[in-house]
Design a protein around this ligand. Structure first.
Ligand SMILES: *Cc1c(COP(=O)(O)O)cnc(C)c1O
Length: 377
């Protein structure tokens, strides 16, 4: 059996090595390293895949979030509502822009923003909501969009973990994650579901004016070369990364299926185990399993992790500390009691190896080890 990894990028690469190597070499031969034709082609191909009018590539997923908030013209002190249970990038960019992050609790089943909590957190200063489609499935966008419309708020969807997921609205309309709100953002960090071989990111929107503004902001605020109409940033997807992504994009749906197959294997193995709760797939979203995250019950999650490690099985805790307890983001008057679900999840979740190359032997070995631990308890 191949050694088990949390994410196995090397085995995935080996299957597409010829195409990847050729694409990278072609970029080097062309020497169009920045803003080359590969970037433009990838942009168009991703637009087609997502069925969205505008894709604006940028340097990484964190920049994408920052650029989205810059383009919305928010002002110092404006409030942005987001999830307390996620990676720090979201609050980081809110704070960098001197906006106020307002953290709310998540839904226990989906790990994503709880719309009731969003509604409660709205004040006269609220300008935007950032739902994070965590672990590979969408937040409840019917409710979030309804709240946003009612209160006239922007919605920026953080799709770094859910690219390719389909959201089905109550009326039956289907849209890709990231194409529902005002702006969608994503990351092409290597371990993401559509990962490049370095850093990369993108923004999505159907609004032509907003697309123009985003395009200018990523490029030093230039609408016309060397005319800087506003303060921008320098955030680019380079041609080599675009070339890698062009090879991988046609495989994205097959990668999502491979992840789902592994998830089904795990779900089957753990379905009758009292100390484990398997991930729930919401009726409104497909799941692309960026992570396969268990909730443990009545066992010591850290002990389980140590037990697996001894057997050569990696696992990760996403996320061990809620954002409201991070030193950089402490806020007066914010207490643990306001986030019962987040607090519980931080104590009990464990993510198992999840990637496109897990084989049955590995899955069998992992599930047997988890079951062995649970039986002893
Ligand atoms: C990875 C990630 C980001 C940041 O993406 P980078 O490309 O690493 O900057 C933002 N949000 C979420 C939810 C992520 O998982």
């Amino acid at each position: 059996m191949e050694s088990i990894q949390m994410v196995d990028l090397k085995s995935q690469y080996k299957k597409i090595k010829n195409k990847i190597d050729k694409s990278i070499l072609d970029v080097i031969e062309s020497s169009a390293f920045i803003k080359g034709p590969e970037v433009k082609k990838f942009q168009e191909e991703l637009q087609n895949y997502l069925n969205v009018n505008h894709v604006i590539p940028c340097g990484n997923g964190t920049d994408a979030l920052q650029i989205a908030l810059m383009a919305l013209g928010l002002e110092e002190g404006d409030e942005v509502i987001t999830s307390n249970f996620t990676f720090a990038a979201t609050v980081e960019v809110i704070a960098l822009l001197k906006l106020k992050p307002v953290l709310v609790d998540v839904d226990r089943d989906t790990f994503a923003l709880n719309p009731d909590e969003v509604e409660k957190a709205i004040t006269s200063k609220t300008k935007a909501i950032i739902p994070v489609h965590l672990f590979g499935q969408c937040a409840n966008m019917d409710s979030i969009m309804e709240i946003a419309q009612k209160h006239n708020l922007y919605v920026v969807e953080d799709t770094a973990q859910a690219i390719g997921a389909d959201y089905t609205f109550d009326d039956g309309t289907v849209k890709k994650a990231g194409t529902i709100g005002t702006i969608g953002t994503t990351s092409f960090f290597p371990s993401k579901n559509l990962g490049c071989y370095g850093d990369g990111g993108a923004l999505f929107t159907n609004d032509a004016d907003l697309a123009k503004r985003l395009q200018a902001i990523v490029n030093h605020g230039m609408y016309k070369r060397y005319y800087h109409d506003e303060v921008g940033v320098n955030s680019r997807l380079d041609s080599i990364q675009a070339a890698v992504l062009r090879v991988k994009l046609p495989h994205l749906d097959e990668y999502s299926s491979a992840r789902n197959k592994a998830a089904v294997f795990y779900n089957e193995a753990f379905k009758d185990v009292a100390c484990l709760e398997t991930p729930i797939t919401a009726k409104y979203s497909t799941h692309v399993f960026h992570q396969y995250t268990l909730k443990t019950k009545g066992i010591d999650r850290n002990e389980l992790q140590a037990f697996l490690k001894e057997k050569g099985i990696p696992s990760m805790i996403y996320y061990p500390v809620p954002l409201h307890k991070q030193k950089a983001y402490l806020q007066e008057g914010v207490t643990d009691e306001q986030f019962p679900v987040t607090m519980e999840l931080c104590e009990t979740v464990l993510s198992l190896p999840m990637h496109t190359e897990l084989d049955e032997n590995q899955l069998e070995y992992i599930t047997q080890a988890v079951l062995e631990f649970c039986k002893e308890k």
